[in-house]
Design a protein around this ligand. Structure first.
Ligand SMILES: C[S@@+](CC[C@H](N)C(=O)[O-])C[C@H]1O[C@@H](n2cnc3c(N)ncnc32)[C@H](O)[C@@H]1O
Length: 238
């Protein structure tokens, strides 16, 4: 893929898993530059890009949602994350809570206590990152919600007017589809279609190149490959 928006490689250490953001065991961090490129492409597809609702139905530890929240807070009014794995959602909640002033302050205090106890350089670096993230954080008013949900099941989540769905699907060695039928992606698209703001929404699905991202209710805008990943952008038919 040729980066259209994130042309320059930048230093994304502030968003590293386990530094300020919590590292959920057995989960993967999402590459920040790629996440930004996907978000920029999504914003370019929307008619209006203020007060947006963002949803990740396979959010894992919410690494992706959290850095997007920090970096695009001025566009976002609500962030929803769900996952079938209730244990991983505990980390997602803690990560999304960093987007609040109190959550980030609590993390800073914890890192300061750790530094006072152990004098580790890693805690000092994390404290520097907290300061920078605090300056980015214009997102205190964002509505944040995490909930357990099987997105490949037969029911749909009770949320609506979603503008951006951005999700990194299970593929590969760490994350597998769970609780799914034969065609989990089709079922997921079936479930998310009614949640969307039909006039102002875009869906970005990241998966491996083998998985077919297709549903009769959606038009494919474009798809790009990036390393082992494929990113497919879809819009619902009105
Ligand atoms: C690649 S990980 C997502 C990582 C996430 N993007 C992050 O930034 O932390 C895929 C996630 O899909 C979840 N998953 C698997 N089957 C699911 C299902 N049927 N419904 C919802 N989530 C599911 C897994 O539990 C895993 O957390």
């Amino acid at each position: 893929m040729i980066f259209k928006y994130e042309m320059e490689k930048a230093d994304y250490r502030d968003f590293a898993n386990g530094r300020v953001l919590h590292n959920a065991p057995k989960t993967t961090a999402f590459p920040v530059r790629l996440g930004k490129e996907i978000m920029s492409r999504c914003l370019a597809q929307l008619r209006n890009n203020k007060n947006l609702t963002l949803y990740d139905p396979c959010c894992g530890g919410a690494h992706l949602l959290t850095f997007i929240g920090f970096l695009y807070g001025e566009h976002i009014a609500a962030i929803y994350g769900s996952d079938i794995d209730e244990q991983v959602l505990e980390y997602a909640k803690r990560n999304l809570n960093l987007l609040t002033e109190e959550g980030l302050l609590a993390r800073k205090e914890q890192l300061q206590r750790d530094y006072n106890l152990y004098h580790k350089e890693s805690h000092l670096h994390a404290l520097e990152s907290v300061e920078r993230l605090g300056r980015l954080n214009q997102t205190a008013a964002i509505q944040l919600q995490c909930f357990p949900f099987n997105i490949a099941g037969v029911t749909r989540p009770l949320i609506n007017n979603v503008n951006i769905i951005m999700t990194d699907l299970p593929y590969g060695n760490i994350a597998y589809w769970k609780g799914s039928n034969d065609n989990p992606i089709h079922q997921m698209l079936q479930n998310i279609h009614p949640l969307l703001d039909i006039n102002n929404s875009i869906v970005a699905i990241v998966c491996d190149k083998k998985q077919l991202v297709m549903h009769e209710g959606f038009k494919k805008i474009h798809a790009v490959n990036h390393g082992k990943r494929k990113i497919t952008f879809l819009k619902p038919y009105t």
